[in-house]
Design a protein around this ligand. Structure first.
Ligand code: FES
Ligand SMILES: [Fe+2]
Length: 420
C-alpha cells in the first residue's frame, strides 16, 4: 500500500506537480506520425499530461505542437486556419508559427509592436521511430530523445499503434510489470498453447508464484521473474522498466520485440503506445495483419479513433459462457483483459487500501523509483540522468531457461541478450 500523500505524488502529472515536473524533463512520445495531419490541413487535438494541445503541420511540413488556446483571449486554435506557415486564430486573426512566434496581428494598428511581446506556448517536437515526440520541460534542462534501438529502423521493420486507456498511466503500467498475473488473467481453460513459454503455455501453469530479482540500473530496472519448470530448470523472464513510463516485456525467441509506453493523457486517462519491431528483418505479413486487427499485442480500436472496441462502457464484451468453458476471464484478447484488470479499480486506484504481496515486487520497485526520482528533482536535484542520456535506452528484454537454483548475474548469454 501507499500513503495517500505518496499516491497523490505518484499519479498527479499536471504542470507544477512533482511527478509532472519530473516527466517534463523527458521527451514524451504522444502520437503516431501517421496521425499527424498533412501540411496546411486542420489541426488535431491532443491532451498530454493534463495540457490541451493542438498538433499541425505547417506549409513546409514542420510539426507544431502548441497550447490549444490562443494567447489573446484563449479562443481555441483547433478552430483556426492552418495557412501559409502558421496557425491563425479565427477570432481576431492573430497568427503563430510552429515555434509560437506571433507572425501577424492584423487587429492591431500597423505601427504596434505588441506582436513581438506575445508568444503562444509551443513545444519542440520531432518525429522518430514512427512516433511524434514532444519536449514540455524547461529549455535550459539538457534533454535527449531515448535512443531505443527501433528509433531509426526502416518502416517495414516497425509497427506502432496507440490507444486510450481509462485510468491513470501508472496504474495501466502496473498491469504490464505484474508478471504474476499471466497464470490467471490470461489463462485458457480449454487448452494450453503448444509453446510452453507462450502466455497461455504450460510454464505459467507449472509454477504460478514466480520468484523475483530486481536489478536497479541508471535507466530504471530489470525485473526478472523465474518459475520452476521441467524438473530442474527455471524459466526466466527479464522485463525492463525504463523511466519514466516505458516497459519491455520478454518476447519469445524469433518473435518481434516490443516496447510499450504508458503516457499520461491526464491523471485519469492514458495513452498506450505499443511498438513492435524486428531489428534485423522486415515484419511478416501475417504479423502485421494480426496487429492491425488488434490481436493480443495491440488493441482493437474503432477505425480512425483511439477508442478500444472492448471497453469499460461495454464491460469489455465479457461472455460468461466463454468464461465457464474457454478462458479464465471470458474477455477476448489479452490487451482487453489487462485493461479490465487495471481500469476496473477506478481511474486512480486508492492504494491505501491494497494488500501488496510478493507477486507485486516489480510494482513496488517501480513506484518507489518514480516517487524517489520525482522527490529528488523537486528537492532541487539535477536533471535525471536518463532524461539527458538517450544511449541508456539501448537495452532489451529477454526470456530463457536456466538451471534451477542459480542467479543470472554470471550468465554471459543473458547479460549479452539484455543489450541492444
Ligand atoms: S482570441 Fe485569438 S486572436 Fe483574439
Ligand atoms: Fe497482461
Amino acid at each position: 500500500m501507499l500513503s495517500r500523500e505518496d499516491n497523490e505524488l505518484l499519479t498527479r502529472t499536471g504542470r507544477g506537480t512533482p511527478m509532472g515536473e519530473f516527466m517534463r524533463r523527458f521527451w514524451i512520445p504522444c502520437m503516431l506520425v501517421a496521425e499527424i495531419p498533412p501540411a496546411d490541413e486542420a489541426p488535431k487535438r491532443l491532451r498530454l499530461l493534463g495540457e490541451d494541445l493542438i498538433v499541425f503541420r505547417d506549409t513546409n511540413g514542420r510539426v507544431g505542437v502548441m497550447d490549444e488556446f490562443c494567447p489573446h483571449r484563449l479562443t481555441s486554435l483547433y478552430f483556426g486556419r492552418n495557412e501559409e506557415s502558421g496557425i491563425r486564430c479565427v477570432y481576431h486573426g492573430w497568427k503563430f508559427d510552429v515555434e509560437g512566434n506571433c507572425v501577424d496581428m492584423p487587429s492591431e494598428p500597423p505601427d504596434s509592436n505588441f506582436r513581438r511581446k506575445v508568444r503562444a506556448t509551443a513545444y519542440p517536437a520531432v518525429t522518430r521511430g514512427g512516433l511524434l515526440w514532444v519536449y514540455m520541460g524547461p529549455k535550459e534542462s539538457p534533454s535527449a530523445v531515448p535512443e531505443f534501438e527501433w528509433l531509426d529502423l526502416p518502416a517495414n521493420q516497425l509497427y506502432a499503434s496507440r490507444w486510450e486507456q481509462d485510468c491513470n498511466s501508472v496504474q495501466a503500467m502496473e498491469g504490464e510489470l505484474d508478471g504474476a498475473h499471466v497464470s490467471f488473467l490470461h489463462r485458457r481453460i480449454d487448452q494450453l498453447d503448444e509453446a510452453k513459454n507462450a502466455l497461455t503455455g504450460s510454464y505459467f501453469m507449472e509454477d504460478m508464484s514466480p520468484a523475483w530479482t530486481i536489478s536497479d540500473t541508471p535507466y530504471g530496472f530489470i525485473a526478472a521473474n523465474r518459475r520452476n519448470v521441467e524438473d530442474d530448470k527455471a524459466y526466466w523472464r527479464f522485463n525492463q522498466f525504463l523511466l519514466p513510463f516505458y516497459t519491455m516485456i520478454a518476447a519469445r525467441a524469433g518473435f518481434p520485440r516490443m516496447t510499450r509506453m504508458w503516457v499520461p493523457k491526464d491523471d485519469e486517462h492514458c495513452w498506450v503506445i505499443a511498438v513492435n519491431f524486428r531489428p534485423d528483418q522486415p515484419l511478416k505479413e501475417q504479423e502485421l495483419a494480426a496487429w492491425k486487427n488488434g490481436d493480443n499485442t495491440h488493441r482493437k480500436v474503432f477505425p480512425g479513433t483511439t477508442q478500444p472496441t472492448d471497453n469499460k462502457g461495454n464491460e469489455y464484451n465479457i461472455d460468461r459462457n466463454m468464461q465457464k468453458k474457454i478462458s479464465f476471464t471470458g474477455i477476448a484478447g489479452i490487451r482487453a483483459q489487462d485493461a479490465m484488470a487495471t481500469e476496473s479499480p477506478g481511474p486512480i486506484v486508492d492504494r491505501t487500501k491494497e494488500h501488496l504481496a510478493i507477486s507485486d515486487t516489480a510494482i513496488i520497485a517501480m513506484r518507489k523509483r518514480l516517487i524517489g526520482e520525482a522527490r529528488a528533482l523537486a528537492d532541487g536535484g539535477p536533471t535525471p540522468r536518463p532524461a539527458s542520456n538517450g544511449g541508456l535506452y539501448r537495452v532489451r528484454s529477454h526470456q530463457t531457461l536456466l538451471k534451477r537454483g542459480k542467479g543470472y548475474e554470471d550468465e554471459t548469454e543473458v547479460l549479452q541478450a539484455l543489450k541492444a
